[in-house]
Write a protein that binds this ligand. Structure first.
Ligand code: ZN
Length: 608
């Protein structure tokens, strides 16, 4: 389409051109109508919601600036900042190219099939103008025939676009600009209403068997359940309306992938193509339940982290890490509610819900790091630990997602049992108290005190700020669910995380386990065992039972740094062997959940 008239542009204007699809290059032009005498522009080093410094500037190239057609010298100040001396009376034009070839939801991607970008990867932040309204022109790519079928979708406010969604958009400030990812390509798209607000579902990369109608209907149920959670059931009143004017799900289906990133009125998602619902298979696959959980998770974030958010995130600092101790609340509680809302929306049954909860409980119980790091510390250290996991991660850290979800569970069950209150009530009271804006842990404590009529300091100190075990068995038992110890799988029994193929690749050795005692190390290739003088090749851990039988001691043959090692390996723990079916005081690391009282369970899972 023709260039929009200059009058429609704001004082800060971007043009993002999908310039070279085969070379994965976006061409970006930033025009600042009234630049500063020394105008600085910078590219973020991280994207809110994903707590890792990613140095997006590494993909920025060929930056140059001019005013009124006259080239200006550009001084690079550091890895992400450039400065230009200019005439403040003349618009400054900064042009550059960004290489975009990352299929994740966090950066940008451009190829002959599809384009996607976050503003944090493509849009330079103009110092002194970041609070101003800005416009962004996104023209349709012109250089390949296939792009004729391309359309464009984003949560940005549309000023003037063609029928395919290419054209001029507007954001109130830089924060909003970079919080609205853009998807372009020949994607599937449909719309629905929830809570009086238009929602759009965009799916790129789906297989021909994709059942769009089903995904649309199920996503609508999730949205309606979440809106009712936060704003009650009074349909049509202004109170029941969600805090956004429109919402768009940007889902990219790939052969193998999973992930999501929350935004103020949209979310970018990646799923495995095989996990999409199919017209040829009406049943709900485990993969599809996982996808619905992801949709539910990111949509819940629209309230819990995008609006209610850590006070440290009141103004994002895009130049460095932004630390908070509260990710156990924002990620953990969102993780508690993502699956619970699927159950309340009628998309999964009790059995499926407890299967998901068992998985979460097990992930916490099987991480020795839960005895080393609190969830508050895990939140603060997300930048260097959670997002940079390695072989030591299970031993030294705990996930604020999984343990945070269990903290939410324990709070909810305690409130329900002894205080005639619910965690739902706490979330809604926090929304009111903090006016859907920044909050601190003291707000959580104050709301708990107010709703429960007593302090929850002891619980929060123990569950969030210490490494004490959570009282899962006791609290679940009081709500009609029995937590039972089960016989561990071979990897857990040995204290290993492995990948299995032609041999057993050791990925991590768990603290205090049999493998650690034997001297196994991450990176080892476990080739076989010797039992009673005979050697056996193993390709997977279940082969051990075949060759070792009832033997308690074998020799493990491992390859490490081109040496072959013979390690004495005990196959059973020396003291206090575990027995199945018993709930123990020190929690077992392998558990199952069984409903023992349906009425009590219904009270918990169905009542808000
Ligand atoms: Zn999340």
């Amino acid at each position: 389409m023709p260039k929009p008239p200059a009058a429609a542009r704001a004082g800060v204007h971007y043009e993002v051109v999908a310039a070279h699809l085969q070379a994965h290059l976006f061409q970006v032009t930033l025009t600042i109508a009234q630049p500063q005498a020394q105008q600085t522009v910078s590219l973020p080093v991280w994207i809110p919601g994903s707590y890792l410094v990613r140095e997006f500037a590494k993909n920025l190239q060929q930056l140059h600036a001019h005013q009124g057609g006259k080239p200006l010298p550009v001084q690079q100040r550091d890895k992400q900042r450039w400065q230009v001396a200019c005439d403040s009376a003349v618009p400054l034009v900064v042009e550059y190219v960004v290489y975009a070839n990352d299929p994740s939801v966090r950066t940008a991607s451009l190829n002959t099939e599809r384009g996607f970008f976050n503003g944090t990867s493509l849009c330079l932040r103009p110092e002194g103008h970041a609070d101003q309204r800005c416009t962004i022109d996104i023209p349709a790519p012109e250089n390949i025939a296939a792009s004729a079928s391309w359309t464009c979708a984003t949560g940005l406010f549309c000023l003037k676009t063609d029928g395919a969604g290419f054209g001029l958009y507007q954001a109130e400030n830089y924060d909003e600009l970079v919080d609205c990812p853009v998807e372009m390509g020949a994607f599937w798209s449909a719309r629905f209403q929830a809570g009086g607000v238009q929602h759009r579902l965009v799916v790129a990369g789906a297989a021909p068997t994709f059942d769009g109608k089903r995904l649309l209907a199920d996503t609508r149920k999730i949205c309606e359940t979440a809106i009712a959670f936060w704003h009650g059931q009074d349909e049509g009143t202004s109170k029941s309306k969600p805090p956004f004017k429109s919402y768009v799900f940007l889902l990219n289906a790939v052969h193998d992938g999973y992930g999501g990133l929350e935004h103020r009125n949209s979310t970018a998602l990646v799923c495995a193509r095989a996990d999409l619902p199919r017209t040829t298979a009406p049943h709900t696959s485990e993969g599809y339940t996982t996808l619905l959980g992801l949709i539910s998770h990111e949509y819940f974030h629209t309230w819990n982290v995008k609006r209610l958010r850590p006070s440290e995130f009141t103004h994002y600092d895009y130049t460095q890490e932004n630390y908070t101790e509260l990710l156990w609340f924002f990620e953990g509680f969102t993780s508690y509610y993502d699956d619970l809302l699927l159950r309340r929306a009628g998309l999964i049954d009790d059995a499926a819900y407890f299967k998901l909860l068992t998985k979460t409980a097990q992930q916490v119980l099987q991480a020795p790091g839960r005895k080393v790091q609190t969830v508050a510390q895990a939140s603060f250290d997300a930048w260097v630990k959670f997002y940079r996991s390695d072989e030591n991660t299970p031993n030294a850290t705990i996930s604020y997602y999984t343990k945070g979800a269990l903290v939410a569970l324990c709070l909810d069950l305690t409130l329900r049992r002894v205080c005639n209150a619910t965690l739902d009530g706490v979330m809604r009271a926090l929304w009111q108290r903090c006016a859907g804006g920044p909050m601190a842990e003291s707000d959580v404590r104050a709301v708990l005190q107010q709703l429960a009529g007593r302090s929850f300091d002891a619980e929060l100190d123990a569950w969030v700020h210490s490494t004490a075990e959570l009282p899962l068995a006791e609290l679940l038992g009081a709500h009609g669910v029995t937590l039972k110890a089960e016989v561990p799988q071979p990897a857990q029994r040995l204290g290993l995380r492995v990948a299995e193929g032609s041999a057993v690749q050791i990925k991590a050795v768990l603290r205090g386990g049999l493998a650690e005692r034997a001297g196994m190390a991450s990176g080892d290739e476990w080739l076989g065992i010797e039992v009673q003088g005979q050697g056996w090749r193993i390709a997977k851990l279940t082969d051990l039972a075949l060759y070792a039988g009832a033997e308690k001691q074998v020799t493990a043959l491992v390859a490490r740094d081109a040496r072959l090692l013979r390690l004495p390996l005990q196959l059973e723990p020396g003291a206090a062997p575990r027995k199945g079916g018993q709930t123990t005081a020190a929690p077992a690391d392998t558990v199952s959940l069984a409903v023992s009282d349906r009425a009590l369970v219904a009270q918990w899972l169905e009542s808000a």
